[in-house]
Design a protein around this ligand. Structure first.
Ligand code: PHB
Length: 415
């Protein structure tokens, strides 16, 4: 089997790459470990930066997003029992965010690629990469894979054999636990990690929205967030012990905790509803440098993780892909490797800014129970400043809606 660009992983990064390359006449094959159904139903954050939504729209995959997604012009920061609105659109000269689930973006990309004859091999486990420093790198993979989430292991059904996909380039879009990053020689890799002493307890609720905009709250008992998926489905989070168990949280206890943390002095009410899913996610910041080796290019979670507080995860993945697709287009149309050679450096500038922003939002809005009261008072002062200084609010707003590509990579967005 042969293709121009072998893509390991069919999440937002891999699928966006396959789509953008196709628009430039470049072939790819996507190998995805999970079934189509599993990827399409995974619940992931749903905030699209202005530029991410625009890219989807400009490349013909934004139609359903424009119909079903919700355009937001601001967010609320709540602390001390009071809400403060950050008017992002006004502060950024007209930019917005779109609330539209990551799995919805992936669904739209699958449909578009499959209709155009794109090759996506579902339930295919990449086993290893080789010949990365030659012009014919190879991906070894096996079909019939199944991810056993409880055991954290991959099993195979049927007696499938190992196959090899030979490519000109490999895009490692296989997430934090994929084979791509560990395929880079350990002695050229440098990893930067920060683990936070808390997690997010997330619930999906059938019921009406409590707010038209997202609410990020700091309370003495910890962080909480009011988000949404649709007019009928709400997404709420609260800070918890990352090692806690959802079984410790019957519905009544969850509502009591959320009501306490979100209460305001003006009698705002949180709408309760039927909780139909509960999960706990850990929080970490992670970057690997460089993001390329030979003919392997890492993109998205394979190269970097941000805590969800800044809602940057998928947006960063799409930003990587914008840089990579442009570099590959240059290579195939002119034979030049300048943009490919600069890939890692170009992406890392934006990645580190997003790390900074996500770390800052996380530090400002969570209770560090191992910290002292001094730290908590500083966080309150930070929130007070951000919600009362136009300069500080503008800084939050321009990062939240997404800095323009050229501001963080030096590469203009168009083209
Ligand atoms: C979500 O809706 O899942 C969501 C929204 C904003 C965040 C993180 C997650 O910062």
């Amino acid at each position: 089997m042969h293709t121009q660009v072998g893509i390991v992983g069919g999440g937002p990064a891999g699928m966006a790459l396959s789509h953008l390359l196709h628009l430039q006449g470049i072939d790819s094959v996507v190998l995805e470990l999970r079934s189509r159904e599993d990827v399409e139903t995974a619940v992931r954050a749903g905030v699209l930066e202005n530029g991410t939504a625009e890219l989807l729209r400009e490349t013909g995959v934004g139609e359903r997003m424009d119909r079903e997604g919700a355009v937001h012009h601001g967010i609320e920061l709540r602390f001390g029992g009071r809400g403060h609105r950050i008017d992002m659109t006004e502060l950024t000269g007209g930019r917005t965010i779109t609330v539209y689930g990551q799995h919805e973006v992936v669904k739209d990309l699958y449909r578009t690629r499959l209709e155009a004859g794109g090759q996506i091999v579902f339930e295919a486990a990449a086993i290893g990469l080789r010949d990365l420093d030659t012009s014919t790198p190879k991906i070894r993979f096996r079909r019939g894979a199944e991810l056993d989430l409880d055991a954290g292991a991959i099993r195979f059904h049927g007696d499938t054999e190992e196959e090899e996909l030979t490519c000109d380039f490999v895009a490692g879009c296989d997430g934090f636990f994929g084979v791509s990053r560990p395929s880079m020689p350990a002695d050229i890799r440098r990893e930067y990690v920060r683990t936070y002493p808390f997690g997010w307890f997330g619930i999906l609720v059938e019921g009406p929205p409590s707010s038209e905009e997202l609410i990020y709250t700091l309370h003495e008992r910890g962080f909480s967030l009011v988000s949404t998926r649709s007019p009928e489905i709400q997404r709420l989070y609260f800070q918890c012990d990352p090692n806690d168990d959802v079984a410790n949280w019957p519905d009544d206890r969850i509502w009591e905790e959320l009501q306490t943390r979100l209460a305001t002095q003006d009698g705002w009410t949180l709408q309760e509803g039927n909780i139909f899913q509960k999960d706990i996610v850990g929080m970490r910041s992670f970057v690997t440098e460089p993001m390329q080796h030979g003919r392997l290019f890492l993109a998205g979670d394979a190269a970097h993780i941000v805590p969800p507080t800044g809602a940057k995860g998928m947006n960063l993945a799409i930003a990587d892909i914008r840089v990579l697709s442009r570099a590959l287009t240059e290579f195939y149309s002119t034979g030049q490797t300048g943009l490919l050679d600069a890939y890692s450096e170009t992406c890392l500038r934006r990645v580190w800014n997003a790390q900074r922003f996500s770390w800052w939002m996380t530090s400002m809005l969570h209770r560090f129970h191992d910290g002292d009261d001094y730290q908590y008072r500083l966080q309150q002062a930070e929130l007070d400043y951000v919600t009362s200084s136009r300069a500080a609010a503008t800084s939050l707003a321009e990062n939240y809606v997404g800095l323009p590509m050229e501001a963080t990579t030096g590469v203009p967005a168009a083209g």
